[in-house]
Design a protein. Structure first.
Length: 82
């Protein structure tokens, strides 16, 4: 499932230059910090193996791997493509 979500969103071209974050600069560092903080928070507060997750505004599905590492019971991601 992870690859299906990633493949779908990777096939969509960004319509706005603000959505593009390069491998350098403040945007890149901020995204990495955000991902780290989110990963730590999920590891601390999610009851593993028992959760069903409804991820509203899941975007490109970038958090799917974080949830997969927690071995949750079920994941449903909902988002719109603009």
């Amino acid at each position: 499932m992870t690859h299906f979500v990633a493949d779908h969103y990777n096939s969509v071209n960004p319509t706005n230059s603000l959505r593009r974050i390069t491998d350098e600069g403040e945007g890149y560092r901020l995204r990495n910090l955000n991902n780290f903080v989110k990963s730590v928070a999920l590891q601390l507060f999610v009851r593993k193996d028992k959760c069903t997750v409804l991820d509203i505004a899941c975007g490109k599905g970038g958090d799917v791997m974080k949830w997969q590492h927690l071995n949750i019971a079920q994941y449903v991601g909902i988002g719109i493509l603009c």
